[in-house]
Design a protein around this ligand. Structure first.
Ligand code: FAD
Length: 374
C-alpha cells in the first residue's frame, strides 16, 4: 500500500464509492478507507429509490441529472444492480393534492422528466391495491430503484479497476493533507474527501449535520402486489420537518417480489428499532394499501441519514482545512444523487467544469465568515 496518494476518500458508502470511481476515472491515484463493509452504513439501510425530487431548484437539478447518470450506469448491467425502472406514483388524497401533483408535473417536465397526471380511474387502473377514495396521482416514469449496497460495490470495483486502493481501517483524525488510522498508521494525500455519512461529525465536529433516523420493513414475496414505487404527496412535508417524529407512506415493489415499506424520520443517532415508531409507520402504510395488513413482514431495520440545515448536500472544499473536501449531508436522497455528487466533486477537484450551477451545494455556505459569499 502506498503511504502517499493523490486523494484519500474516507468511507465506502454509495457516496465515497461514487467519488472514488469518478476521481479514478480522471486519472487520480485514489485510496479509499473503510472501517466496515463496502456499502454498509446508511447505504445498506436505504430504500434505493432513484427519485427526482423538486422541493427546490438545486435539489431538482442534482436529482434529475443523477437519474440520467444512473440510467447510463445501470444500462450496462441492470441485473447486477437489482435495478427496476418502476417509476414513482405520487399519490394524491384529495383535489388539493391533485392540483399539487399537476404543478409538480409541470416542474418536472420542464427538466425533461417524463410525467403523466393520473385521475382516479387511471390511478386504480395502475395500482388496484390502493384504498378507494383517492383523487389521483402523478406518475414520474423515469424513476427507478436499485439495491444500494450492490451498486456501491460495483462503483468501488470500477474504481479499483482504474487503480484505486481499498484500505480496511478506521480514520481517527484528519490532519493537514493526512489521516491518522486507529492502528496508528498515517496516510498522506494532496486531497482528502470526507464521505463518512452520519459519522462525518466524529471527524469534523463543527460540521452542521444531524442524524435523522429512519425505519424500514420488508415483506415476504408477493409478486405483482404493487407495480410502482408509491409515495404520498404529503411525504414532502414530513421529510422536511425541522423537528419531531414523522412517518410517510412510501411503498416499493422490489424486483424479488418483496414489498419494502417506509418510512419514518426522527432526529436521533441511535440505531435501535422502536416498536412504537414501526407500528405507526405500518399502520399509516396500511391506511393507503389496506391489504398490506395481511402480509408477512420478514425484517425491520433502521438507518441514519446525515441531514444538513437546508436539506441540501455539502459538496466541495471545506475552507477551514487545507486540502479537505466534503461529500456528505445527502439526507434521504443520497442513493439518487450519488453519481451527480461524484461528478460535481471530481470536476471541482480537477478541471473545474461542471454542467449545473454548484453554489447551492458548496460547504462554505455554512462557514461563519465573509468567505461564505460566492
Ligand atoms: C431508512 C432510509 C431510507 C433511505 N432511502 C433512500 C432512498 O430511497 N433513496 C435515496 O436516494 N436515498 C435514501 N436514503 C438515503 C441514503 O441511504 C443516504 O443518503 C446515503 O446512503 C448516504 O451515503 P454515504 O456514503 O454518504 O453514507 P454511508 O452509506 O453511511 O457511508 C459512510 C461510510 O463511511 C464509513 N465510515 C464512517 N466513519 C468512518 C471512519 N472514521 N473511518 C473509515 N470509514 C468510516 C462507514 O462505515 C460507511 O460505510 C435512505 C436512508 C435511510 C436511512
Amino acid at each position: 500500500m502506498n503511504q502517499s496518494t493523490d486523494v484519500i476518500v474516507i468511507g465506502a458508502g454509495i457516496i465515497g464509492a461514487a467519488c472514488a470511481e469518478a476521481l479514478a476515472a480522471r486519472g487520480l491515484q485514489v485510496t479509499v478507507i473503510e472501517q466496515d463493509a463496502v456499502g454498509s452504513g446508511a447505504t445498506a439501510a436505504g430504500m434505493g429509490h432513484l427519485v427526482a425530487m423538486d422541493d427546490n431548484a438545486a435539489e431538482l437539478a442534482l436529482s434529475s441529472w443523477s437519474i440520467r447518470l444512473w440510467n447510463e450506469f445501470v444500462d450496462e448491467h441492470p441485473h447486477s444492480h437489482e435495478y427496476s425502472r418502476c417509476g414513482t406514483i405520487w399519490v394524491a388524497s384529495d383535489a388539493e393534492e391533485l392540483a399539487a401533483a399537476q404543478a409538480k408535473g409541470s416542474n418536472m417536465r420542464a427538466h425533461g422528466l417524463p410525467c403523466e397526471l393520473l385521475d382516479a380511474q387511471a390511478l386504480y387502473g395502475r395500482e388496484p391495491a390502493l384504498r378507494p377514495g383517492l383523487a389521483g396521482g402523478l406518475l414520474v416514469g423515469g424513476d427507478g430503484l436499485v439495491y444500494p449496497p450492490k451498486s456501491a460495490r460495483i462503483l468501488l470495483d470500477r474504481a479499483r479497476s482504474r487503480g484505486a486502493q481499498l484500505v480496511a481501517g478506521a480514520v481517527t483524525a484528519i490532519e493537514d493533507r493526512a489521516v491518522l488510522l486507529r492502528d496508528g498508521s498515517r496516510l498522506h494525500a494532496d486531497s482528502i474527501v470526507l464521505a463518512a455519512g452520519a459519522r462525518c461529525t466524529e471527524l469534523l465536529p463543527g460540521l452542521p449535520l444531524q442524524a435523522k433516523k429512519g425505519h424500514l420493513a420488508i415483506t415476504d414475496r408477493y409478486p405483482g402486489f404493487i407495480r410502482h414505487q408509491l409515495v404520498e404527496l404529503g411525504y414532502i412535508k414530513s421529510a422536511h420537518a425541522a423537528s419531531g417524529d414523522s412517518v410517510a407512506f412510501n411503498l416499493q415493489p422490489r424486483p424479488t417480489g418483496q414489498i419494502l415499506i417506509g418510512s419514518s424520520r426522527q432526529f436521533s443517532a441511535s440505531l435501535d428499532a422502536e416498536p412504537a415508531m414501526l407500528s405507526r409507520m405500518l399502520r399509516h402504510a396500511a391506511g393507503f394499501v389496506p391489504q398490506l395488513a395481511g402480509l408477512n413482514v420478514l425484517r425491520c431495520w433502521t438507518g441514519l441519514r446525515a441531514a444538513s440545515p437546508d436539506g441540501l448536500p455539502l459538496i466541495g472544499p471545506w475552507p477551514a482545512r487545507r486540502g479537505l473536501w466534503l461529500a456528505t449531508g445527502h439526507e434521504g436522497l443520497g442513493i439518487t444523487t450519488s453519481l451527480a455528487t461524484a461528478q460535481l466533486l471530481a470536476a471541482q477537484m480537477t478541471d473545474g467544469s461542471v454542467p449545473i450551477p454548484l453554489q447551492a451545494y458548496l460547504p462554505q455556505r455554512f462557514m461563519p465568515s465573509p468567505s461564505n459569499h460566492v
